[in-house]
Design a protein around this ligand. Structure first.
Ligand code: ADP
Length: 351
């Protein structure tokens, strides 16, 4: 490749020399012929000057002519690129340009950028379609259930307990729908980068304790034992956003832990970070699912009762908020044994 490039450059230089020599030789012979034909011989200086000017004009003309000859070739290289961009503008991203030019040539670089752009746009389009199909599915299933049970309620022969049961399902499904739209709006707002983000110094241990207490009815109902150990920590962060993180993690821990299980909430301050561990003795998450649970709409517990399961957005919101704080979150889990979610947040200078 390198040898080809060098030989091409060498050929260019030699060609250039030939054109220059040709133009000036032609100028010399043409002017000599002219002098002979009109029998007029100017001084050596004037002859030199006239030769130089004629040679120069011939050279400019030759270069212009050569440039015109090469032009269509260059245009031909651009044509497939223009066509590819036109196709992408119409939404067809199945574009793969195959232009053979030497390495690092600007035209080759441009074609490569167009190919990369097509790959990125294809991926975006795939994500967009997947998102729409997930949202439609999440909306469709509660709606089907609501309309089915509403129709069943029109039966006058239903007993009061049956009627109450159907009504409670309709209520749960409506709640699921409203939760879905709330979570979607929250995630969209967080990802838009316009979401208010106000850091201030506050007591993280107090925040965690308050959240655990506010969820007392839920964990008491399942007779879950709470093992809480919180170091006193002052953190600079967005209090409201982090509260959402702990609520989502605690909610999941309660949801996926059977009656009489144990949930642990531990807060520890290490050198320049705080570590919050939320553990449970619940159903656990299979290794294959652990990599995906932070993705939107991902649900590892597909076989579980659909009414109790969420929309699979809770952990993506958690991840987004932790990322906004430049922290990290990881999960360790074993099926039927339980899970541990560990959130590490960098300590910022206190306000
Ligand atoms: P969902 O609203 O469905 O709970 P999340 O995004 O919060 O959505 O969680 C995604 C999936 O991760 C859940 O559907 C569940 O399968 C799994 N998961 C999350 N937390 C736990 C946990 N503590 N124990 C077992 N599985 C969990």
């Amino acid at each position: 490749m390198r040898i080809r490039r060098v030989s091409r450059k060498l050929a260019g230089v030699i060609g250039f020399q030939i054109v220059i020599s040709g133009c000036f030789s032609a100028a010399f012979f043409a002017t000599s012929l002219l002098y002979d034909s009109i029998s007029m011989y100017p001084s050596a200086f004037m002859r030199q000057l006239i030769n130089a000017w004629v040679g120069f004009f011939l050279f400019v003309f030759a270069m212009f002519f050569i440039g015109r000859l090469m032009h269509p070739k260059r245009l031909a290289a651009f044509q497939p690129m223009v066509e590819a961009i036109r196709r992408m503008a119409k939404g067809d991203f199945n574009v793969a340009l195959n232009i053979h030019v030497e390495e690092n040539h600007p035209i080759g670089e441009l074609a490569k950028s167009i190919n990369d752009m097509a790959v990125e746009l294809r991926e975006l389009e795939r994500m967009r379609q997947e998102f729409i199909s997930n949202v439609s599915h999440e909306i469709q299933s509660p709606l089907t259930s609501i309309s089915g049970f509403a129709r069943a309620l029109q039966n006058d022969e239903l007993s009061p307990p049956e009627r109450n049961h159907y009504l409670s399902i309709i209520e749960k499904e409506s709640f699921r729908l409203s939760k879905l739209s709330e979570n979607l709006l929250k995630l969209t707002s967080l990802e838009s980068d316009h979401h208010p983000f106000e850091r201030k110094s506050y007591r993280l241990d107090k925040q965690l304790r308050d959240i655990v207490l506010s969820y007392e009815p839920q964990w008491m109902e399942k007779e879950i034992e709470m093992d809480v150990s919180l170091e006193k920590v002052n953190l600079v962060a967005d209090e409201d956003l982090l509260s959402q993180v702990w609520i989502n993690l605690l909610n999941n821990a309660i949801k996926f832990t059977p009656d009489k299980g144990t949930i642990g909430i531990h807060l520890q301050q290490c050198e320049d970070e705080v570590v919050v561990r939320i553990s449970d003795t619940g159903i656990g998450i299979a290794e294959i699912d652990q990599k995906h649970i932070f993705e939107r709409f991902y649900k590892a517990d597909k076989s579980r009762n659909r009414i109790n399961s969420g929309s699979g957005l809770g952990l993506s919101i958690v991840k987004k908020i932790v990322d906004m704080h430049k922290g990290s979150i990881c999960v360790q889990s074993e099926l039927e044994k339980g899970s541990v979610f560990t959130v590490s947040l960098p300590m910022k200078k206190q306000l």
